[in-house]
Write a protein that binds this ligand. Structure first.
Ligand SMILES: NC(=O)C1=CN([C@@H]2O[C@H](COP(=O)(O)OP(=O)(O)OC[C@H]3O[C@@H](n4cnc5c(N)ncnc54)[C@H](OP(=O)(O)O)[C@@H]3O)[C@@H](O)[C@H]2O)C=CC1
Ligand SMILES: Nc1nc(=O)c2c([nH]1)NC[C@@H]1CN(c3ccc(C(=O)N[C@@H](CCC(=O)O)C(=O)O)cc3)C=[N+]21
Ligand SMILES: [Mg+2]
Length: 287
């Protein structure tokens, strides 16, 4: 079997096209959606994501505000900036680029963002709402994964989804989304991590395997069953090249579908961030 390539770049463009009339409609009512991105320090990888976000905002007609702060920024200054953005009516989405420098308390800072402007979906209020099946903002990367599967008409319901990785921003929220009794969900979920004994035994049981470990090319052909759908969330810099968590070459002939890196989940994250920003602006109209 030769896997069908899942084109995240193409799907992300479609989603951004679908957002255009919603943005136009808001602008006609004098409500231009606005997204603020806070970048502390000058991590080169983060710079790329921030640039991609700015480009997407510009193409869509979303106001984008970038706060690039020195890596020595104090906790108090950052909290004050968030206060200011929480109170700024032109801003509907606030994103603090992670990871933050070590002297800053990541939890305290994320908890400080108004949950109604938390377009990353990382605030515990939003994660709690997600968990009980009544979400406001879904985290962008998990939502992007779900949307990719839906748009390729890959059934999730009743399937066994195995996720490698249990972070609060990818693995855990994704597992909670796909286990819901809801559309594009209703799966049986296994979550693997570094404490998992015999990883291969679990990954080989998957109908859909989602790699979100941050370990370059760790998912090899031996770890998968013939016909599995493979979603690669990993974005790893290896010798200045982007590689996923999936060893594409040894998996592509066994899988039924596969996402590439780049051009898979990455562009979807940006598209869903735009969708959340538009949704947030719309919410200010409807309450
Ligand atoms: N495409 C996109 O838009 C995005 C991509 N990413 C990328 O996705 C990847 C994961 O990101 P993130 O969730 O933040 O990563 P974290 O480093 O926060 O979490 C990684 C998780 O994977 C587990 N893990 C790591 N190595 C192994 C292994 N060998 N076997 C089993 N489990 C393992 C860890 O286990 P334990 O908990 O035991 O440590 C942990 O739960 C990264 O490459 C990141 O760059 C992230 C966000 C967005
Ligand atoms: N608060 C916060 N929210 C995030 O969503 C967040 C974050 N912090 N920190 C870092 C991770 C990573 N992330 C990516 C987003 C887009 C691409 C992306 O656009 N990738 C493209 C191109 C990448 C390239 O060419 O360099 C692709 O995979 O094709 C990648 C990675 C968001 N993250
Ligand atoms: Mg992390």
């Amino acid at each position: 079997m030769k896997a069908t390539l899942i084109d995240g770049k193409k799907v992300s463009q479609e989603i951004r096209e679908e957002l255009k009339p919603r943005v136009q409609n808001l602008i006609q009512q004098d409500l231009k959606p606005g997204l603020a991105v806070i970048l502390v320090g000058d991590d080169p990888a983060s710079q790329v994501y921030v640039r991609n976000k700015e480009k997407a905002c510009e193409k869509l007609g979303v106001y984008s505000l970038k706060h690039q702060l020195p890596s020595t920024t104090s906790q108090n200054d950052l909290l004050h900036l968030i206060d200011e953005l929480n109170n700024n009516p032109a801003i509907h989405g606030i994103l603090v680029q992670l990871p933050l420098p070590k002297h800053l308390d990541e939890k305290k800072i994320l908890y400080h963002i108004n949950p109604l402007k938390d377009v990353d979906g990382f605030h515990p209020y939003n994660l709690g709402r997600l968990m009980i099946g009544d979400p406001i903002f879904l985290p962008c990367t998990p939502w992007g994964v779900q949307e990719l599967l839906s748009r390729y008409q890959i059934d999730i319901s009743r399937k066994h989804v195995v996720i490698v990785g249990r972070s609060n921003i990818v693995g855990k929220p994704l597992s909670m989304m796909l286990v819901q009794k809801a559309k594009a969900a209703n799966a049986t979920i296994t979550i693997c991590h570094t404490g998992t004994e015999n990883l291969a035994q679990h990954t080989q049981m998957a109908d859909i395997l989602i790699a979100a470990a941050g370990s370059p090319k760790m998912i090899t052909g031996e770890l998968i069953r013939e016909g599995v759908v493979v979603i690669d969330v990993g974005i790893n810099k290896v010798e200045d090249k982007l590689v996923g968590d999936v060893d594409f070459d040894s998996v592509v002939d066994k899988a039924s579908f596969i996402t590439p890196v780049p051009g898979g989940v990455g562009p979807m994250t940006i598209a869903m961030l735009m969708a959340n920003t538009v949704k947030s602006a719309e919410r200010t109209l409807h309450g």
